[in-house]
Design a protein around this ligand. Structure first.
Ligand code: G1P
Length: 292
């Protein structure tokens, strides 16, 4: 008898990064709270997590990131004002985003030691169960969401599942890259992965794009993980070690990726998502066309 994989209930969102690529906008506002159209990047990310069945989100935050915690809580004066002015639809939309009791935990990464270290900071809150990691720099515009696509695959194959997408060869050095051994449609088996390979040495053009479903054994490996690319403790390096004892499946999910941690990526996300909005698309198109 085959047993089905342990249920995926929790997600880690590493939000300690300083957002240096979009300064000075991120000097006092966490980059995850920059707006895309009319709501913060993080609002899209939390929506994606909830759609995938995530019941508990662990934010790994840092100094000057308190606004993230506040975003998912009540804002009493504002709510009273909206109610008094009869802006009920807006009020309801805002309330729908609030954290449910106990849904969100916050822990701090006190030093910028890399993504692997950030994920490791969540180990006690995650405990011994599978969990997702979602990098909030990246909004994936897709239906269903990218994490839901990975979660559906995980329910079928178990083990560890990571989202990948093709990047131009010249850009491969900016990402984690998989070394595929077999391909079946959108699924890849791998023999390894490498974080930020030197120019011209990437084993493929398939990049690890910020959506992961991992087994808790990764935490023991992260604990002893040595610094890798950029002098940081890299999640990719620990996954490469975990691959020796557990299965990994890479999945090229369907969707359009927007890197919102980058000036042009953030601009593109705003334009693309405004154009798609039923209430704003037409006006957005007219405004953008008038500029060309
Ligand atoms: C991180 C990961 C890398 C991944 C990338 C996706 O790198 O370490 O494997 O490909 O996110 O955006 P960073 O962009 O934080 O340097």
């Amino acid at each position: 008898m085959t047993t089905s994989p342990a249920r995926l209930r929790k997600a880690v969102l590493p939000v300690a990064g300083l957002g240096t690529r979009v300064l000075p906008g991120t000097k006092t506002t966490p980059k995850e709270l920059l707006n895309v159209v009319d709501r913060p990047i993080l609002s899209y990310i939390v929506e994606e997590a909830r759609e995938a069945g995530i019941e508990h989100i662990v934010f790994v935050t840092g100094r000057a990131k308190q606004a993230i915690e506040d975003y998912f809580d009540h804002q009493i004066e504002l709510e009273a004002q909206l109610l008094a002015k009869g802006k009920i639809e807006l009020l309801e939309a805002m309330n729908a985003e609030l954290a449910t009791a106990g849904e969100m935990s916050f822990t701090r990464q006190m030093q910028p030691k890399g993504l692997g270290h950030a994920v490791w900071c969540a180990r006690d809150i995650i405990g011994h169960e599978p969990f997702a990691v979602i990098l909030p720099d990246v909004i994936v515009d897709s239906q269903p969401g990218a994490l839901k696509q990975l979660a559906d695959l995980y329910a079928e194959v178990g083990g560890n599942v990571i989202g990948v997408e093709a990047v131009p060869e010249a850009a491969a050095h900016k990402y984690g890259i998989i070394d595929p051994s077999a391909q079946d449609g959108r699924r890849f088996a791998m023999k390894g992965m490498v974080e930020k390979p030197k120019q011209g040495t990437a084993p493929s053009n398939m990049s690890i794009s910020g959506r992961y479903i991992l087994q808790p054994e990764i935490f023991d490996l992260l604990e002893t993980q040595e610094r890798g690319a950029g002098g940081e403790i890299q999640l990719t390096d620990a996954m490469d070690r975990l691959m020796k004892t557990q299965t990994f499946t890479a999945y090229e999910y369907e969707g359009v990726t927007h890197d919102c941690g980058d000036k042009i990526g953030l601009l593109r996300a705003n334009v693309a998502l405004a154009l798609k909005r039923p209430d704003l698309g037409e006006a957005a198109r007219a405004a953008i066309t008038a500029l060309l």
